[in-house]
Design a protein around this ligand. Structure first.
Ligand code: ASP
Length: 337
């Protein structure tokens, strides 16, 4: 069998950063140089790899949907040459990028694993080495036809992951879906959880983000503030609600603002503020009122998945009704039905 091969794209993020007078920042050429000297990555029993550093390395706080398209196009241009893809990325917005790619990469049939680190590669005790080496092994050796996020010792479905810790090595969680793989002395993949392989031709869908707002409700929130926000050109609102999808049902002004927006065609998605659990607008009267105002359930989607899915569906040019329908069904395993 010929040697397996993996394409590594370095987009920026801590893993390839160096200390500067203003704090850590990515430095061109630095990570590529470090990888050359990493004995483990260059062993005979490791897959072949090629690394491509992006010309404009960024702290992932600067990521835009345009950058997602660049990553997706990069994967597409090398798709047939490699067995898998590892995207090195900053942790701050890694879950957004993994979610966005999961929708943009249509009919993906190879692993795309997004990873990074909390400590730069060249520093003592960096978690980047293990994260990178394990991601390369996973991307080369297993048929995982989906976008994943690997961190510390877990492989997550990309659109289920969330950053949960700013400093700990265990920086990501997947609140509503089990990890696809657990990595210890052995690599244990739960094949039953993986998206099914497909033979349709791989395609990249560009997303043009429409005006979407994300609002977390809180006691004392002003209906006027929401009304001011929900004016044209807002096309969608992700409403982060209490518990199982509840909001103040006694606040008539608030409900009126929501109803006015949905009647105008704004898609309002109900996502829980809770880390774990799912929205059920039939559970309490307070949630039920939202549903009567035309709010759609986001079930157990993360905010990252709901936002990037909305971007994707709007970019398909679908009608409001079609978008609302598709928001409530799983397209890439992003929600439990
Ligand atoms: N600010 C960094 C980034 O997201 C944090 C990291 O990579 O861990 O690019």
């Amino acid at each position: 069998m010929s040697q397996r091969s993996v394409y590594i794209a370095y987009t920026g993020g801590t893993i390839g950063m160096k200390k500067t007078a203003n704090g850590f920042a990515p430095e061109a050429g630095y990570l590529t140089q470090e990888l050359k000297h990493l004995a483990d990555l260059n062993r005979e029993d490791m897959p072949h790899y090629e690394i491509h550093e992006y010309p404009n390395l960024i702290d992932s706080s600067n990521i835009t949907p345009h950058d997602w398209f660049d990553i997706a196009e990069d994967i597409k241009s090398r798709y047939h040459e490699f067995d898998g893809f590892v995207i090195l990325h900053g942790t701050d917005t890694m879950a957004y990028t993994a979610s966005a790619l999961s929708f943009m990469l249509e009919d993906l049939d190879k692993p795309v694993i997004v990873t990074g680190s909390q400590i730069p590669f060249g520093e003592l005790r960096s978690d980047g080495r293990d994260n990178l080496i394990t991601s390369v092994i996973l991307a080369a050796s297993y048929h995982i036809p989906e976008v994943c996020l690997f961190f510390h010792d877990r492989l997550y479905r990309g659109n289920r992951a969330q950053k949960i810790d700013a400093t700990n090595f265990h920086a990501f969680g997947s609140p509503n879906f089990p990890p696809l793989a657990k990595v210890g002395t052995t690599i244990d993949i739960d094949e039953t959880l993986l998206i099914k392989a497909n033979t349709r031709p791989f395609n990249v869908r560009k997303i043009e983000p429409p005006e979407i707002a994300v609002v977390s409700i809180f006691p004392g929130m002003s209906a006027q503030m929401l009304d001011n926000l929900l004016i044209d050109p807002i096309k969608g609102l992700i409403l982060q609600t209490y518990g199982m999808g509840n909001a103040p049902s006694n606040d008539k002004a608030f409900l009126k603002v929501i109803e006015k927006a949905t009647k105008r065609g704004v898609i309002v998605i109900n996502i829980s503020q809770c880390y774990r659990g799912r929205v059920d607008m039939q559970g309490y009267e307070t949630g039920n009122r939202l549903s009567q105002c035309g709010v759609i359930s986001g079930f157990d989607m993360t905010t990252e998945a709901a936002l990037t899915k909305l971007y994707y569906l709007f970019s398909l040019g679908l009608s409001r009704n079609e978008i609302a329908k598709k928001m409530q069904i799983s397209l890439r395993g992003e929600m439990t039905q």
